[in-house]
Design a protein around this ligand. Structure first.
Ligand SMILES: NC(=O)c1ccc[n+]([C@@H]2O[C@H](COP(=O)([O-])OP(=O)(O)OC[C@H]3O[C@@H](n4cnc5c(N)ncnc54)[C@H](OP(=O)(O)O)[C@@H]3O)[C@@H](O)[C@H]2O)c1
Length: 483
């Protein structure tokens, strides 16, 4: 991109809402037409030789072939192999993010940097964000650590002064899950009946999700952190990998056990979306990995699990076994976000994909495109902040991120997406009601002679304010769903 175009791109970030509205999809559903001023941008992907960074680089070059992709890492061989897969509009640069000089040199002629060179846990500084501000480069990280994300957020004023849009926690989870939560809250507030009361993030990944040793290190490091959750506005601290729940992730994933983990979206969504009760849980497969994680939390001292070098040794020990099991477990991934309101309204979003190693890149690429389209204001933002991803741009972002999913639903009551039929009990006016996952709902006649109510499949499509809402409202207002 020319210097002139670069300046225009930077200026355009202040007019975010209008630019986003004008962004057009190409005729080919997978290819995105960026605005002229950012179409030929140069994107540096730090950690581009790894799973998340590599997947992001691949998604970006497929979605926007005109973007120049610079893959960065410490290993030339891995870099050359990645570039050969990406094709002619890409190159490799050797960068160590712990070396400020090499970092700034790599950022000099770049329009946007994606930081995927984790792990983010137990790091002291935000070297990449600082270099991005210094060189006036737009920034996205896929951080999944609360301390790191909060530290990144503290650079907001410096990024604002430099007129640089930056997003922290812009991957799949956290990232897309934050945007899903923001959309559930927006829809509930728009209805204006009850107040959002409880937000819960549930994540499932088979094995390591086809990821590398870094994700294993990330998981171990997270086990060393007390879990921060919010209960009616009060911050509480809980034991990691405790509080198991069996959650229905719907089609393609079904029911899975999930456990409390310390994830940044809990704090950011509590602060930004103003929901008083928030928590996040994670589970993996096969089941014995969950037991292993719980055992590690109980047996190893937290200081050990917080020590990056000790955790690296642990990872080397476990890695061959983990890889072997990964071969059998596959890499399915699912996120379920639940929002409950004071009037009993309960809505959820589900995002399920067969391959984490693919969808994490598609998700991160969706954030990159949003920034290039001018949806992000200067400053450092979480994805759920309207200055991070403009409200009008959320739907497009979710649509792009959801490409290739086996199940993606938003704003539905749980019974419509869960795999097993639910029995609704204790309805004063109706003796019994059954709800099937295929949206056909039937209520038997009541003791007071109320007529049989039958809802057909197309009711869901008709409208959310038709019969379906009445039934749901009646059920949720007068009884408890057995979930
Ligand atoms: N938000 C989300 O949705 C999400 C989802 C999954 C993972 N993540 C996070 O993404 C991160 C990466 O995971 P991954 O599975 O992609 O790991 P990975 O496959 O091991 O890749 C890590 C990459 O970082 C590079 N790297 C590491 N240290 C570096 C340094 N000092 N300087 C330059 N490059 C460095 C590595 O390259 P070289 O070793 O060749 O230099 C490699 O390319 C993890 O921290 C993980 O927690 C986030």
């Amino acid at each position: 991109m020319t210097l002139m175009a670069r300046a225009m791109f930077r200026l355009s970030t202040t007019n975010s809402f209008t630019v986003t509205a004008r962004a057009k999809e190409a005729k080919h559903p997978d290819v995105v037409h960026l605005p002229d001023k950012t179409r030929n941008s140069t994107i540096l992907v730090l950690g581009g030789t790894g799973r998340v960074g590599g997947s992001t680089a691949t998604a970006l070059s497929n979605l926007c072939p005109d973007l120049r992709i610079v893959v960065a890492g410490r290993n030339r061989e891995k870099g050359a192999s990645m570039v050969s897969r990406l094709g002619k509009n890409s190159e490799f640069v050797e960068v160590d993010i712990d070396n400020a000089k090499s970092l700034e040199a790599a950022l000099r002629d770049v329009d946007l940097v994606v930081h995927a060179a984790g792990p983010f846990q137990q790091t002291e500084k935000c070297t990449v964000l600082e270099a991005a501000i210094e060189t006036k480069t737009a920034y996205i990280d896929v951080c999944d650590d609360t301390n790191y994300a909060m530290r990144a957020k503290s650079f907001k004023d410096r990024a604002l002064a430099a007129n640089i849009p930056a997003i922290t926690t812009g991957g799949i989870y956290p990232g897309v899950s934050n945007v899903m939560a923001a959309e559930l809250v927006r829809a509930a507030n728009a209805e204006g009946k009850g107040m959002p009361e409880r937000l819960r993030f549930y994540y499932y990944t088979a094995g390591t999700g086809g990821a590398g040793p870094t994700i294993l290190a990330t998981s171990f490091l997270l086990l060393g952190e007390e879990v921060v959750a919010y209960n009616r506005g009060e911050k509480i601290k809980l034991k990691p990998y405790s509080g198991m729940l069996n959650i229905d992730f719907g089609k393609g994933i079904r029911k899975r056990d999930v456990y409390l983990l310390n994830l940044p979206e809990v704090r950011s969504c509590h602060d930004v979306l103003g929901v008083p009760t928030v928590s996040a849980r994670f589970g993996t497969a096969p089941f014995f990995w969950n037991w292993g994680m719980a055992a590690m939390t109980s047996l190893l001292p937290p200081e050990y699990l917080r020590d990056r070098s000790k955790v690296q040794q642990l990872v080397q020990l476990f890695d061959p076994l983990v890889r072997a099991v990964d071969g059998i477990a596959g890499e399915r991934v699912s996120m379920r976000v639940d929002l409950e309101c004071t009037d009993g309204r309960h809505t959820i979003g589900i995002f399920s994909h067969r391959r984490l190693s693919v969808c994490v890149g598609t998700a991160t690429a969706a954030f990159v495109l949003a920034v290039l389209e001018g949806s992000t204001q200067p400053g450092v933002w979480f994805p759920e902040e309207p200055e991070g991803i403009a409200v009008e741009a959320r739907e497009v972002l979710l649509k792009r991120a959801a490409q290739g999913t086996i199940n993606f639903v938003m704003n539905k009551p749980p019974w419509m997406v869960e795999t097993d039929p639910k029995e609704v009990e204790k309805i004063p006016t109706l003796s019994k009601a059954f709800v099937w996952k295929d949206c056909m709902s039937q209520m038997t006649s009541s003791e007071d002679g109320m007529e049989k109510v039958k809802l057909q499949k197309n009711v869901e499509k008709r409208s959310q304010t038709g019969h379906y809402d009445w039934i749901w409202g009646l059920a949720s207002g007068t009884c408890k769903l057995q979930c």
